[in-house]
Design a protein around this ligand. Structure first.
Ligand SMILES: NC(=O)C1=CN([C@@H]2O[C@H](COP(=O)(O)OP(=O)(O)OC[C@H]3O[C@@H](n4cnc5c(N)ncnc54)[C@H](OP(=O)(O)O)[C@@H]3O)[C@@H](O)[C@H]2O)C=CC1
Ligand SMILES: O=CCCC(=O)O
Length: 389
């Protein structure tokens, strides 16, 4: 059954240890080596999860459980856990008693891995462009020269890659992570990909006897730096539980959504909405200017009403100044719209708004804006406006 968790929530309650006496559970866990509690067999892991001997040691002091969010019956296909603790409160990630691998140190992967290091985790990194590993190595990370070697030397390996192609290549290609996976290990893919890609990677990982969790994130560069991401996970529930202390270092909440593909689908629906919102916001900013209004006042008006959103408040002022410091690259937003349209196609759902937005991002890419922030999509509209004048 899928779950949502919020940071701090009694150390993930860790643990939801189904043991009434949390302190006993805690002590017992401390005595067990990681390998003893992380068998690759889904059955044994599931059994471990329901015993008092599961998981790594909590990173937070055990405290009374907060009331879990309640969802209407219709929402019973998932569960969530959330916490108000910041990553600074998160205790020592070194209490995760295994080695953590991290593949992909881009805008998101780098701060995520840094937070694991800062929390005391034993982290080994790899990135296609090796120089991006240097800062992490300076902070204490180990380095391995291929995804296979990272996976082979770690208990749980995270991946945060650009797109479906790179996610498959890093997992399943020559010297890919699959080559280093095996019984007792876990692979957590946080890249935003489509469900079919995630299932393919999952199959290759699971064929080795290892466990797989897809875990795309909501939240951009700043939430990644602040340990405030939202994880949308699906796959092996046992790995979800084992990896939760690590997810809680990097994020503020986590959803467990069941079968592989559900996390990817949730992420694509969210980003489809976000991409359309940004396109519509761009049109509004330009229209306000065109009719002689101050777009900064429009941003203020929006911020006080029902359609207020952090995204408008954060991105709006820089869009007015026509600056687009990259937090979420435009090429990734267009990729997500494309994948969301594919998802809709698979269930024969028309998506006229998202399709129109996708076209606009494609135009923006053709103007060389791929690596700018996705808010630069306004430039595609600006250009259209100039042509029409
Ligand atoms: N930025 C954001 O706000 C958010 C992004 N996401 C998603 O997270 C993922 C990562 O995003 P982000 O960090 O912004 O992206 P970046 O473009 O900054 O980083 C992409 C990473 O993928 C690696 N990569 C790309 N192609 C290949 C390849 N063929 N083989 C091996 N490695 C490759 C890059 O390596 P190299 O350094 O060598 O280029 C880099 O480590 C994407 O799926 C994105 O959609 C999710 C939430 C928010
Ligand atoms: O995939 C990128 C999402 C960005 C965000 O959630 O702010």
């Amino acid at each position: 059954m899928p779950t949502l968790s919020t940071k701090g929530e009694a150390a993930r309650q860790m643990v939801k240890c189904s043991v009434a006496n949390a302190s006993i559970c805690f002590r017992q866990r401390l005595l067990l080596p990681f390998s003893a509690v992380f068998s690759s067999s889904p059955l044994s892991m599931a059994m471990a999860m329901t015993s008092s001997s599961i998981y790594c040691r909590p990173r937070f002091p055990i405290s009374p459980l907060r009331r879990m969010p309640r969802f209407p019956k219709s929402s019973s296909s998932f569960t969530t856990i959330a916490s108000s603790q910041t990553s600074a409160d998160a205790g020592e990630g070194g209490e995760f008693p295994g080695r953590v691998g991290f593949l992909g140190l881009g805008i998101m992967g780098s701060p995520m891995a840094i937070n694991l290091l800062k929390a005391g985790c034993d982290v080994t990194v790899w990135n296609r462009t090796k120089s991006k590993c240097n800062h992490l190595i300076d902070l204490g990370a180990k380095y391995e020269p291929s995804p296979a070697e990272v996976a082979s030397s770690c208990d749980v390996t995270f991946a945060m890659l650009a797109d479906p192609e790179s996610a498959v290549d890093v997992a399943c290609g020559t010297n890919g992570a699959v080559k280093g996976m095996g019984s007792g290990k876990g692979y957590v893919d946080a890249s935003t990909v489509d469900g079919a890609t995630s299932k393919l990677i999952s199959k290759h990982i699971r064929d080795t006897g290892a466990s797989f969790l897809e875990a795309p994130v909501s939240g951009s560069k700043k939430p990644a730096e602040d340990g405030q991401l939202i994880f949308l996970t699906a796959g092996d529930a046992s790995l979800y539980e084992i990896a939760s202390p690590l997810l809680d270092i990097m994020g503020k909440s986590r959803f467990y959504l069941g079968e592989v593909g559900n996390g990817a689908a949730m992420k694509l629906v969210v980003n489809m909405i976000m991409g359309s919102m940004m396109a519509s916001f761009s049109e509004g900013l330009l229209l306000s200017e065109k009719v002689g209004l101050d777009p900064n006042v429009l941003i203020e008006v929006i911020s006080q009403g029902a359609i207020s959103a952090p995204m408008f408040a954060v991105k709006g002022p820089s869009m007015v100044k026509a600056t687009y410091p990259t937090a979420f690259p435009l090429k990734h937003q267009q990729k997500d719209l494309r994948l969301a349209l594919g998802l809709a196609e698979s269930v024969t759902q028309p998506m006229p708004v998202a399709a129109a937005a996708n076209e606009l991002y494609k135009v923006a890419k053709s103007y060389g804006l791929s690596d700018h922030d996705f808010s630069a999509v306004i430039e595609a509209l600006r250009a259209k406006l100039q042509h029409s004048e």
